[in-house]
Every structure is written in structure tokens, then in C-alpha cells.
Write a protein that binds this ligand. Structure first.
Ligand SMILES: NC(=O)c1ccc[n+]([C@@H]2O[C@H](COP(=O)([O-])OP(=O)(O)OC[C@H]3O[C@@H](n4cnc5c(N)ncnc54)[C@H](OP(=O)(O)O)[C@@H]3O)[C@@H](O)[C@H]2O)c1
Length: 335
């Protein structure tokens, strides 16, 4: 089967190699999936440049996210049959309930989805929403479930009438916009670009702030909420933005810590104390969360925002596009 590998010790895109591997066979409890599309997350770029903790220590198939069709099932599989349209879950496997230990993720340390076929445990596979194409469904496993966990699970679900603040316009944040909007919340987005803010508005954001031209964006957030502050923050900046997120969150609100794109820092959480606000660490989500999210996506007719779909042969260009930051939502590769 055709696939790509990030070669052992890889520190740049020249180490992303197109190659062939033997087609996997499904063992007990496993389903064999013909993958039709895979999507990129920020993490996948870090893996290729050798900065996701460290460079990969073996040739590894990249990408945690993909969707396709079940072609056959192994012994004792009860949840799926040939022909089912499915996606793999990020963790293999965090099935349900609070996370109680480390489970390995697709794309590193496990082989990922940028391949024609994968064999996955049935508990690490979910049916995809009927109205989505494989390209759209491939956007869901990491970015979608992370935003869902942040807004609807961790620290309690947001409520209609709440205000959500999303930092940036990448995969996680745009799902945050769409889920918050569907839940009846108001959404404020901050971005480096006015053009991106306009696209976020078309996807459901009611207010946009350019953080390049308004570096003290937290003051604008407080103003936009009449001094109240927001109920939830999709925090992808980390140390470099946390202090402003702490100022932006209102009484009883939550700051969902997801990424560290704006670098490290030594922010004091003191301002959360008197507001009774909380800081929630988010680690993608469980198979159960993915299933519940898909139900909401189907009922609300939500379509993931795909910036561009690349053919398999141009996978390196998809990584270059991610690196450029010149996109909104998700970048997808069809297989
Ligand atoms: N904890 C978890 O479970 C989890 C799950 C998924 C992702 N993450 C993390 O969350 C973050 C976002 O992931 P993603 O896949 O949504 O990213 P992405 O699709 O690559 O989007 C990144 C966006 O963030 C904004 N940004 C702000 N500062 C940035 C910087 N210094 N470098 C790059 N982008 C910056 C940019 O939007 P604007 O130009 O509009 O500002 C950019 O387009 C990453 O740190 C990722 O590792 C964590």
C-alpha cells in the first residue's frame, strides 16, 4: 500500500518520504480501514521538524487524523462491519470517563493515518456523521474533539447566552467557534489577520479582534462583554497569552489550556482566585466524547471548515501550507 513515513531522526520536510508498506491485516478486535482522507494538526508539523518533544526514533507514518471505510474486521469485532464509514480516534484508546493514564496517540508514537490502509482496535474507531464527506470527517479527531471537550465537557458545558473567546483561527479554534455558536453562545475571536477574522465571522463569530493591531485585546474583550468577561476561553497560546486570558475570563468562567503557540511564560494564576474561575487542562478527548460530538454535528448540520484539500502526491505541500499559517480551519490530504 502507498504511504508516507517521517524517517527516523527527521528534523525537516525533506525527511517526509513517500514509500510502500505491506497492507496491514486486522487482528482480533481490529478493523481494517481504507483511509480516504487525512488532516493536519499543528502537532504533525512539530513531529516532522523533530520538535514534538524529540525527533521520531523509528520510521513513522504521520498524521493522527483520518477517515475512511471499513473493508474487513478481525475476530471478535462487534461494533463495525465492512462498508461502515469511520474515523480513528486520536488516542488508542481512551474509551470513556476521565482520563486515568497515558494512552498512545496515532501519528506518534503509533503509526498514523497518512496511508491507504490502517488496522485499529474497534474501541479506537467511531462512525462519522452521515452528511460529511471523508475529507470533512478527517478534520474531526484531534481538533474537533479537543474543542468539544473544552467547551462541552471539561469543567461543565457552556450554556446558551454564554460568551466564548477563541484565540486564533486554526483547527481547534474554528471548531470552537462552530460548537459555541451551535450551543447558542456568543463567540469572540482574536486573530493576526482581518481577512481571517472575516472568515471566522462567516463561520459564526460575532466579534473579532486583531491582536496585532490591538495587542491589549483582553481590554477589548472585557469592553465587548460590558465588563463581565467571557465564560470560556479556547487557549492555544499558553504562557504568552495566559495572563490576557485570565483578564478576559469572567466570574465562574473557565480557561481551557490547549496549546503553547505563543511561547512559555511565568503567568500568575492569582487573578482567577477571586473570580472563582478555573484553568482546565485539555488532552484531546475520549472515544465517547467523539461519538457525542458527532451526534451534535449531525443534528446541527455542522460542516468542518476546510481551507484546502491536497492530493496524496502533494502531501509535503500540505505541510508547507500549515507552516505558512496562511489558512483558516483545517488542511486535508485526500488518499
Ligand atoms: N491539548 C490538546 O489536546 C491539543 C489538541 C489539539 C491541538 N493542541 C495545540 O493547540 C494549538 C493549536 O493547534 P491547531 O492544530 O488548532 O493549530 P493550527 O490549526 O496550526 O492553528 C494555529 C493558529 O493559531 C494562531 N497562532 C497564534 N500564535 C501562533 C504562533 N505563535 N504560531 C502559530 N500559530 C499561531 C494562528 O491563527 P491566527 O493567525 O488567526 O492568530 C494559527 O493559524 C497547538 O499548540 C497544538 O499543539 C492541543
Amino acid at each position: 500500500m502507498k504511504t508516507y513515513e517521517v524517517v527516523k531522526g527527521c528534523t525537516g520536510l525533506d525527511g517526509l518520504r513517500r514509500t510502500e508498506r505491506a497492507q496491514p491485516k486486522p487482528g482480533p478486535y481490529e478493523v481494517l480501514i481504507r483511509v480516504h482522507a487525512a488532516s493536519l494538526n499543528y502537532r504533525d508539523h512539530m513531529v516532522v521538524i523533530g520538535r514534538y518533544f524529540t525527533a521520531v526514533d523509528r520510521d513513522t507514518i504521520p498524521l493522527s487524523d483520518g477517515a475512511g471505510e471499513v473493508v474487513s474486521v478481525g475476530d471478535r469485532v462487534t461494533r463495525f462491519k465492512a462498508g461502515d464509514r469511520v474515523a480513528g480516534t486520536f488516542f488508542q484508546v481512551w474509551k470513556d470517563g476521565p482520563r486515568s493514564g497515558w494512552s498512545p496517540a496515532l501519528g506518534v508514537p503509533l503509526d498514523g493515518m497518512l496511508a491507504e490502509f490502517v488496522a485499529l482496535h474497534e474501541d479506537g474507531v467511531v462512525p462519522i456523521p452521515r452528511h460529511l464527506s471523508f475529507e470533512e470527517a478527517a478534520a474531526l479527531p484531534c481538533a474537533g474533539v479537543t474543542a468539544w471537550n473544552a467547551l462541552m465537557v471539561a469543567g461543565g458545558a457552556i450554556q446558551p447566552g454564554d460568551t466564548v473567546l477563541c484565540l486564533g483561527t486554526g483547527g481547534v479554534s474554528i471548531f470552537g467557534v462552530q460548537f459555541a455558536k451551535a450551543a447558542g453562545a456568543r463567540v469572540i475571536v482574536i486573530s493576526s489577520s482581518d481577512a481571517k477574522l472575516q472568515r471566522a465571522a462567516r463561520l459564526g463569530a460575532s466579534d473579532g479582534i486583531n491582536y496585532q493591531t490591538t495587542p491589549e485585546w483582553e481590554k477589548e474583550v472585557v469592553k465587548l462583554t460590558g465588563g463581565r468577561g467571557v465564560d470560556a476561553v479556547i487557549e492555544i497560546g499558553g504562557g504568552g497569552t495566559l495572563a490576557r486570558s485570565f483578564q478576559s475570563v469572567g466570574f465562574g468562567g473557565k480557561v481551557c489550556l490547549i496549546g503553547f503557540l505563543a511561547g512559555a511564560g511565568d503567568t500568575s494564576p492569582q487573578s482567577l482566585m477571586m473570580k472563582g474561575a478555573s484553568l482546565q487542562g485539555i488532552g484531546v478527548g475520549s472515544t465517547r466524547m467523539f461519538e457525542e460530538m458527532n451526534r451534535a454535528i449531525e443534528v446541527n448540520g455542522i460542516k468542518p471548515a476546510i481551507d484546502r484539500v491536497y492530493p496524496f502526491e502533494q502531501a509535503p505541500d500540505a505541510f508547507r501550507h500549515l507552516e505558512s499559517r496562511d489558512f483558516v480551519g483545517k488542511i486535508v490530504i485526500s488518499i
